[in-house]
Design a protein around this ligand. Structure first.
Ligand code: ADP
Ligand code: MG
Length: 456
């Protein structure tokens, strides 16, 4: 196994790109402390082998960043599904002092009097959180918890699908509480980590200390609580901790990917108690929120600029969740920086091919045809028929145009879907509509509205 990327089978370029992505993802400071001496040693099948200077460094990266490292590797074009951290002897000597001076991982700090703030992402603050219709309740509730001097509602239960800002809001609460009340003890932890620590405590017959540690905090936040479904002993312990804190008027914030009542495999009495406070859900994003998030990210960039049409394109096309949207944004920016080219729509389509395709899967030509027919009050078979009257032909052209814009189907493919028409017919439709959009504002509005309806 080679010690650095240059000697291994994989070319060094993807690793370089992955490093740039990682730096964007975690921020310069964290990157310098924890990632600077990370080396790409090569691939073993689908496992990426990464060299680290110390076991401590490796464990920390694995515990806190494994998913994100893997995602960045994937985005950089390395098809890895697992990561192995390997202590690189040679590098130990070169390890920068920053590693030992860096903040300690939360594992060794919670409840010991030290500040567990190291586990919080500096970027996840209220300032950087963009509020829209889909998250305004969750945001308002989080703000309330962060600003209140008394326990506001207990617990605050945030739920919604992955990648929509639950963790972000929890970290934002923690930052804000720490800022306003530096003496308060704030503990944020994933439910998974809670379980691991509990198991560790049991194995070392030290559950008393475990309990004391958790029950002495002022604010406890447990993220992704669905994780402890079907884990009975962990649930039991979690329930005790939770009750003790609530009874002592300490604030508890919980997140999950679904509402308390939809949590399966969690005891009824726990579910019911989780719903006692305020339950706030986060919905999938709409176009405006996505655009807002992109604009806010653009502002924080400073030097690089993204044309409005690129932002609009990303907001329309990457609809799955904010994490993917940010991933797309970061990839575009990283690419532009690496190759030193300005960001254009064409480049974005190119760089994001795979992601666009994955997001496209949601809008199909069939759906487009149905929506457009509905919109113009036509029957679907009328629209697909050979008839050429303007009443039918124009909507048909609109549907073809949208099929070209919103899916990655080829022109011949689209033609086939429209009653076996030729690809030149589709091309003609696309050009006609493009032209009309410039001069006819009602067509332009129709299309904007339809794309929104279709892309959510
Ligand atoms: P979840 O915990 O719900 O899976 P995260 O909090 O990890 O989601 O959010 C995923 C990414 O999207 C994070 O980088 C986060 O900063 C970002 N994000 C989500 N919602 C927003 C928002 N409303 N404004 C700004 N960034 C957001
Ligand atoms: Mg999360």
């Amino acid at each position: 196994m080679a010690e650095d990327g240059k000697d291994s089978g994989a070319s060094p370029a993807p690793w370089e790109l992955a490093q740039t992505l990682l730096k964007r993802e975690v921020g310069d400071e964290v990157y310098r402390s924890w990632f600077a001496s990370l080396a790409f040693s090569g691939l073993e099948g689908n496992t990426a082998v990464l060299g680290v200077p110390t076991r401590f460094n490796g464990d920390w990266l694995r515990d806190n960043f494994e998913d994100r490292i893997r995602t960045c590797l994937n985005r950089a074009g390395l098809p890895v599904s697992a990561i192995r951290f390997q202590i690189a002897e040679k590098m130990a000597a070169k390890a920068p002092p920053a590693v030992s001076a860096a903040p300690k991982p939360m594992r060794s700090t919670a409840g010991t009097g030290q500040d567990p703030i190291a586990a919080l992402e500096p970027r996840y603050t209220f300032d950087s959180f963009v509020v829209g219709k889909s998250n305004e309740l969750a945001h308002a509730a989080a703000r309330r918890v962060a600003d209140a001097d008394e326990v506001a509602f207990n617990p605050l239960f945030l739920h919604g699908p992955v990648g929509l800002g639950k963790t972000h809001l929890m970290h934002a609460i923690a930052w804000e509480v720490k800022r306003r009340h530096p003496d308060r003890r704030v503990l944020y932890m994933s439910a998974e980590r809670f379980m691991l620590r509990f198991i560790y405590a049991m194995r070392h017959q030290d559950t008393v200390t475990f309990k004391q540690q958790f029950q002495s905090v002022d604010l406890l936040m447990i993220d992704d609580v669905q994780f402890i479904a079907h884990k009975d002993r962990t649930q039991e312990e979690f329930f005790h901790t939770f009750n003790a804190l609530v009874d002592n008027r300490r604030q508890v914030v919980i997140s999950a990917d679904r509402s308390p009542t939809d949590l399966e495999g969690i005891e009824e009495r726990i579910v019911s108690r989780l719903g006692w406070g305020l339950v706030a859900d986060i919905h999938p994003t709409d176009y405006e929120l996505r655009l807002g998030i992109l604009q806010s990210r653009t502002e924080s960039l400073g030097h690089l600029s993204l044309p409005d049409e690129v932002l609009d394109f990303l907001a329309r096309r990457i609809t799955s969740n904010v994490r993917e949207l940010e991933g797309a944004f970061n990839r575009v920016v990283a690419f532009a920086e690496l190759v030193g080219r300005p960001i254009t729509l064409e480049m974005v389509r190119d760089v994001l091919q795979d992601l666009l395709r994955a997001n496209d899967r949601k809008v199909t030509v069939d759906e487009i045809q149905k929506k457009v027919a509905d919109y113009y009050d036509l029957r679907l078979n009328e629209m697909l028929s050979p008839r050429r009257s303007r009443r039918i032909a124009r909507p048909r052209q609109v549907a073809m145009y949208l099929a070209k814009q919103l899916t990655s189907r080829s022109l011949p493919d689209i033609g086939r879907k429209f009653g076996g028409r030729d690809h030149t017919t589709v091309m003609h439709a696309v050009r006609t509509i493009e032209g009309l959009r410039q001069v006819d504002s009602s067509i332009d509005e129709d299309i904007t509205r339809l794309s929104r309806l279709l892309t959510g």
